[in-house]
Design a protein around this ligand. Structure first.
Ligand code: AMP
Length: 173
């Protein structure tokens, strides 16, 4: 029997569409790494000693226009990280008595680090989940740089601008 017209049912028109890129795929694991970011911004890291005072640390933070210092001992071994957040917290807890305190009394000792080969997408995830904005870069046990959440966002913006330009050039021909 010839089949008569049937009204379309739910699901008849599910099309196989191409899926636009997600944030994950945009921060492509093979292209955007910590190393690539460091090639762009350089690898210098400002450090303080655990026995330095907060008064000394805030001068460096101001002069270098940065938000955190890696704390390293005389051998260069990383002992912690001191961020402006730690200082602000202590200023509220010990008003008028914070500046003479030592860095070691105020730093975070358990430092989350990354490696040059780490994809930037995982750096963003770790920073977001851990609620911190700085991550020292360690290679073969040596401190080789520091990345901030601002660096990662900035890097991604530049990549997007470059991709947009390439697309425009493809369209214009
Ligand atoms: P931040 O947002 O980086 O200024 O820091 C917020 C808090 O996290 C402060 O207590 C810092 O000492 C701490 N912190 C910053 N970076 C790290 C890191 N990579 N690993 C562990 N703690 C951190």
């Amino acid at each position: 029997m010839p089949s008569s017209y049937q009204a379309p049912k739910r699901g008849d028109f599910i099309r196989e569409t191409t899926v636009s890129q997600s944030a994950d795929t945009n921060l492509a694991k093979d292209t955007a790494t910590v190393q690539k970011l460091m090639d762009m911004k350089g690898g210098g890291v400002f450090t303080v000693r655990p026995e330095d005072t907060i008064a000394e640390a805030v001068v460096i933070l101001r002069d270098k226009r940065i938000g955190a210092l890696v704390v390293a001992d005389e051998t260069g071994a990383m002992q912690g990280i001191l961020s402006e957040r730690d200082i602000v917290r202590k200023l509220a807890e010990t008003p008028g008595q914070t500046l003479p305190q030592t860095v070691s009394e105020n730093m975070t000792r358990e430092v989350v680090t990354c490696a040059p080969g780490d994809p930037l997408v995982t750096i963003l995830q770790r920073m977001t989940e851990g609620r911190f904005r700085h991550m020292p870069v360690v290679a073969d046990g040596q401190l080789v740089g520091i990345v901030t959440i601002g660096d990662v966002v900035n890097f991604r913006l530049k990549e997007l601008e470059h991709e947009a330009l390439q697309l425009k050039q493809m369209i214009v021909g």
